[in-house]
Each structure stands twice: as C-alpha cells, then as structure tokens.
Design a protein. Sequence first.
Length: 140
Amino acid sequence: MPVIVVEVMPKAELLDPQGKAVAGALARTGSLFSGVRIGKRFELTYGSSSGSSASSAADDDAALAEARELAEHLLSNSVIEDVVDVRVEPDASAGGPSDASASPSPDASAGSSGAAPVDSGRVEDVRSVRGHFATSDGDA
C-alpha cells in the first residue's frame, strides 16, 4: 500500500536540546559533524484494505491533501515546529528499492521475542563510543 511520509522539525529559531546533546556527544567522539537537529517522521499508509496496492493519481492527490492538512493541524505543534516535507513514498511491495527499516524476513533469527536480530557490528560501535564517556570512577 502507498505510504505518505510527513517530516516535522523544530523551528530553526528555537533551541533543540536533544539535538544539542547529540551534537555534544558527537564532538566528544571526534566526529566531523558540528550540529544536529532532531525531528519527527510520520508514515501514513493509505489505500484499499482489499489487498490491492494500486492507487490512482487522484487517490494520491486526495491523500496528499489530507496528509498536509493533518500535518499542519494534528501531527505538528505550529508554535514550535515546522512541517518540512509531505510526500508519497514509492510502494516497497511494487518492486522498488528495499527499505532498511522494513521488518526482518520470517527466516531471520529473531528469537521468540519477535525483535530484530542484533547487528554485532553496531554493538561493537556502541561499545567503542561508550569508552569515550568513561568516568573517573570506572563507569562506562
């Protein structure tokens, strides 16, 4: 089914404390990045529930118009946030590029919890970053 993506960011003139904290952590690890702003991404799925993933241009236009209205009045706080993008993403089931955030395949070793398998490379990255934040009393 088609998906509309809505991206919302804090207004540029407002402090982004979460982004500032991440930027500070990146600076301490020697990263080349000097600024971070953290926003929100909404994925709105639309289309028939009959299983047909086909949608017409008129359906897309109507869904986009409704998504823009929702983005301005429901998904964002216009006092502190700006809607920066509302777009239709290609249908992943239509043979488009695979989405890295898609659910793991049923044959993946997710265990009984249903969680995605842990990427051991990322775990090692996190451990090496944690070492940069060790305190004098030995806590990491």
